[in-house]
Design a protein around this ligand. Structure first.
Ligand code: AGP
Length: 595
C-alpha cells in the first residue's frame, strides 16, 4: 500500500502535499517524493520517510502537484525507485499505488522502442506509455494506456503545461476531496480532512479530471459518470484506521486483500523469482513469536508438499543449536525484517554455508538487504503490534514456496501443483467467509473475557495454530493462555482443567478429527467450557463442544489460515471487552531489535 496525494487550486501546492503525505505515512514509508508545476515541472524524491524528503528542503512554487509515500513491492526503496516518475521528455509526472501485473510485456515494448527507463518499477512503465500515447489530451492518453493494463492501480498524472490533475483507479483506493476553487485527490481520507470533508470515492475502472473549478468523472470507455459526494464526519485519526476502532481490527479485515496481493503474479505459474536457489536436501526454518508459528507450519508444508526433510527452530536458539550435517537451506521468516534474534540466526546460517531465503513484509529492511533470496509478503504496513495479516500472508508465501520446491524436485506432478494452486486461489474468499461471521465470534468472546487461564489445542497443521491463538490472546488481553498439541493434554496439562479454564479446540474435518473430538470430550469431562473452531456443516462437534465457531471447508493444509482469522477476532473482542490497549499492548514492541 502506498500513500498518494494531489492538489490543484490557488494555494501553493508544496506545503499541502507534504502535510497530506505525513497523514498517509501509516500506509507505507520507505520512500517519498513530490512534483509541483510552476514555471517548470519540479520534482524532489528520495528513499526514506517524508521527513527525509523535507530534509532536502524543496522550495517549489506552483499551485498544482502530486506527492507519494511508498510501500515497496517492486524494486527496493531507493531514490530512483521513489515516485513521482517522469516520462523521458520530462513533460509528465505520475504517482502510483498498486501492482501492474502485465508490466513486463509493457516494459519490453518500451525497451524495444529505445525508451530510457530509470527504475525497476512497474509504475514507471505507466508514465512512459502515457507520454507516448499523448496527443494533447492527458485524460485521453491515460485512458488509452489503462485499457491495456492488467492489475491494480491508483494513479495521479500531471503535465507541465496543462492546469489539471488526471486520476484513475482500479482496486487501489482513490478519493477526491471537493472544495471551492481547489480540489484534492488521495489514496485515503486522512490526507484531505484538514482541507475538506466533501469526498467522492472513485470506483474501479473510473478516471477523473480535476481543475481548480471542476471535477469530471468518466469510465474506461469514455462515458461520463455522475459525481456523487459524501460528507465525512470522522476525524483524521479515525480516518487513518479506515473507520475501524483499532488498527488491529482493520488489519484483520485486510487479510483477503493481503493474501491476494501476496499471491499476485505468483499464481498459477509459481513465479517466485527463486530460480537461483539450489535445491536443498534439508531445510531449517527460523523465526520468532508469531513468525515461528508460521515456521512450524512451514516445516510440515516443506515435508509434505516439497518432500524435503525440514525443521523449525526458534531463531534465538539457532545459534546454540550446533552445526550438524549439511547446512542446506534456511528460511528466515520475519514481517519486520529487523528482529535481531532472526538476523543473528541468518548471519550464523550464512557463516555455516547455508543458502538463505527470507520471507519478509518490509522491502529494504535489514533482513532483505542481508539475504540473497527474498520472497516478499505483500500485506502492506502492519501498525498493530499483534501480528495478524502478516502471519496469514507468511503462511501463503510458505505454501507457494513448498509447491515451488515440490515442483522443482518433481515431488509433485503438474496436476498436483495445479490442484494446490487452485485451492490457494480460493483462500481470499474463504477468509472473507470467516470475517463475515465476526458477530458470532464477538458474542463468544464475551463468554471467556473473564477467564484467568485459557488453553488452545490442535493437532498436525493446527498445532501451530493453537500456539498462535494462545499468543494472540495473551499479548492483547493479558489472559494467561497456553497452546498445546491436543495429544499432550493427558500427559499433564489436564490437571489444570476445570470450569474456569476455557479450552479453544481447533477441529476441522481432517484426518485428526476423531482424535480432536476425543480431546474435547476429555476436556469437557472435567467441566471445562469448550469452544470449537470447526468446519461449516459439521454436526457431530456440536454434541461435545459448548460453542462452535464455524470456518469454511478448505484444503486441510490451509485450514490454519481460516482458523487463525477466527482466533484473531476472538482475541480482539476479548481484549476489547477487557478494555485493553489493543494496538499497543503493554511491554511489547512491533519489532524486537534487541536479543
Ligand atoms: C506477534 O503478534 C508479536 N508481535 C511477536 O511475537 C512477533 O511475531 C515477533 O516479535 C517476530 O516479529 P517479526 O515477524 O517482525 O520478526
Amino acid at each position: 500500500m502506498c500513500g498518494i496525494v494531489g492538489y490543484i487550486g490557488a494555494q501553493q501546492a508544496q506545503p499541502i502535499l507534504l502535510d497530506s503525505l505525513h497523514r498517509l505515512e501509516y500506509r507505507g514509508y520507505d520512500s517519498a517524493g513530490i512534483a509541483v508545476v510552476g514555471d517548470t515541472l519540479q520534482v524532489e524524491k528520495c528513499a526514506g520517510k517524508v521527513s527525509a524528503l523535507e530534509a532536502k528542503h524543496p522550495h517549489f512554487s506552483g499551485t498544482w502537484g502530486i506527492g507519494h509515500t511508498r510501500w515497496a513491492t517492486h524494486g527496493p526503496p531507493t531514490d530512483s525507485n521513489a515516485h513521482p516518475f517522469l516520462d523521458a521528455t520530462g513533460q509528465f509526472a505520475l504517482i502510483h499505488n498498486g501492482i501492474i501485473e502485465n508490466y513486463q510485456g509493457l516494459r519490453q515494448e518500451l525497451v524495444t522502442a529505445g525508451v530510457p527507463l530509470t527504475s525497476q518499477t512497474d509504475s514507471e512503465v505507466l508514465v512512459q506509455l502515457i507520454a507516448r500515447a499523448d496527443k494533447g489530451d492527458t485524460l485521453a492518453a491515460v485512458r488509452s494506456v489503462l485499457n491495456r493494463v492488467e492489475g491494480s492501480y491508483g494513479i495521479v498524472v500531471i503535465h507541465r503545461g496543462r492546469q489539471e490533475l488526471v486520476a484513475a483507479r482500479n482496486q487501489s483506493p482513490l478519493v477526491i476531496g471537493l472544495s471551492t476553487g481547489e480540489q484534492f485527490v488521495a489514496s485515503d481520507i486522512p490526507a484531505m480532512l484538514r482541507y475538506t470533508n466533501e469526498m467522492v470515492y472513485l470506483q474501479d475502472g473510473q478516471l477523473a479530471r480535476l481543475t481548480p473549478s471542476s471535477v469530471e468523472i468518466s469510465d474506461l470507455a469514455g462515458a461520463s459518470v455522475p459525481l456523487r459526494s459524501e460528507t465525512i464526519t470522522w476525524n483524521a485519526e479515525d480516518a487513518e484506521r479506515g473507520g475501524y476502532e483499532h488498527f488491529m481490527l482493520k488489519e484483520i479485515f485486510e487479510q483477503p486483500k493481503a493474501i491476494l496481493e501476496t499471491m499476485l503474479e505468483r499464481v498459477p505459474d509459481l513465479d517466485l523469482g527463486l530460480e537461483t536457489v539450489r535445491l536443498p536436501r534439508r531445510i531449517r526454518l527460523v523465526a520468532c513469536g508469531t513468525a515461528f508459528h508460521a515456521a512450524m507450519l512451514g516445516k510440515v508444508l516443506m515435508e509434505q508438499i516439497a518432500g524435503i526433510p525440514s525443521e523449525a527452530i526458534l531463531a534465538s536458539e539457532f545459534t546454540f543449536s550446533g552445526a550438524v550435517g549439511e547446512p542446506g537451506l534456511v528460511i528466515a521468516i520475519s514481517q519486520s525484517g529487523e528482529t535481531l534474534d532472526t538476523l543473528s540466526a541468518v548471519r550464523e546460517a550464512r557463516r555455516r554455508g547455508a543458502q538463505v531465503v527470507a520471507v519478509c513484509n518490509v522491502m529494504g529492511s535489514t533482513l532483505t538487504r542481508e539475504t540473497e533470496h527474498v520472497l516478499m509478503t505483500r500485506a502492506g504496513p502492519e501498525i498493530g503490534v499483534a501480528a495478524t495479516k502478516t502471519f496469514t500472508s507468511q503462511l501463503v508465501a510458505l505454501y507457494l514456496l513448498a509447491a515451488y520446491l515440490g515442483r522443482r524436485n518433481r515431488h509433485l506432478e503438474a496436476e498436483q501443483v495445479s490442484r494446490l494452486v487452485a485451492e490457494l486461489r480460493r483462500l481470499p474468499r474463504l477468509v472473507q467467509g470467516v470475517l463475515d461471521n465476526h458477530q458470532a465470534i464477538q458474542m463468544t468472546a464475551e463468554w471467556i473475557a473473564s477467564a484467568k487461564d485459557a488453553f488452545f489445542i490442535g493437532r498436525q497443521f493446527n498445532y501451530p495454530t493453537a500456539l498462535e491463538g494462545a499468543l494472540k490472546l495473551k499479548e492483547i488481553s493479558y489472559i494467561h493462555a497456553e497452546g498445546y498439541a491436543a495429544g499432550e493434554l493427558k500427559h499433564g496439562p489436564i490437571a489444570l482443567f476445570g470450569k474456569d479454564t476455557p479450552v479453544i479446540a481447533i477441529v476441522p474435518k481432517d484426518e485428526t478429527y476423531a482424535k480432536m473430538i476425543n480431546a474435547i470430550r476429555e476436556s469437557g469431562a472435567r467441566g471445562t467450557p469448550v469452544i470449537a473452531i470447526a468446519t461449516e456443516g459439521d454436526q457431530e462437534v456440536a454434541q461435545v463442544a459448548d460453542i462452535v465457531i464455524r470456518i469454511p471447508e478448505s484444503e486441510p493444509r490451509l485450514s490454519p489460515v481460516l482458523a487463525t482469522v477466527a482466533l484473531q477476532l476472538l482475541s480482539y473482542y476479548v481484549a476489547k471487552y477487557r478494555g485493553c490497549e489493543i494496538d499497543k499492548p503493554r511491554n511489547l514492541a512491533k519489532s524486537v531489535t534487541v536479543e
